[in-house]
Design a protein around this ligand. Sequence first.
Ligand SMILES: [Zn+2]
Length: 164
Amino acid sequence: MTDSNSDNIDTDADHQLRVSKIQDGTVIDHVTGGQALTVLTILGIDGSGGEAVSIGMNVPSDRMGEKDIVKVEGRELSQEEVDVLSLVAPDATINIVREYDVIEKHRVERPTEVVGVFSCPNANCITTEREPVESRFSVLDDGVRCAYCGTLVREEFAAHIGGK
Ligand SMILES: [Zn+2]
């Protein structure tokens, strides 16, 4: 992790211009190529909320080959959202923008567990029944595992969002 600052002003700046600048909101850069729509699902954005969203998909990136960029006006992300993002876009950088300036920039970090975010796909799991039990998944290298029943979720994370 030595390049956290060196990539601020690199040739990716050119590529960022492919997607319009925003005034206030969040730019999620260095998203794994092809995952932009999953990112929108994680953020609960389907267009019906009226947010102004710009997406760049499979944009050339020196660091990643191809990347996606998601820019959302008027929105900052919760830690929960960032945690889930890190599962589908482990190299993503979160840029908080105010008045067209990036005032904060950080990489996502994979959490060791996510609580209350995913619903367990196992219908018999205690967390999916009418019990006041929050879902709890530990994060593995290849997916997330329910702490209660051991069910493993390896992909389609967005489809399992909606835990309690
Ligand atoms: Zn479970």
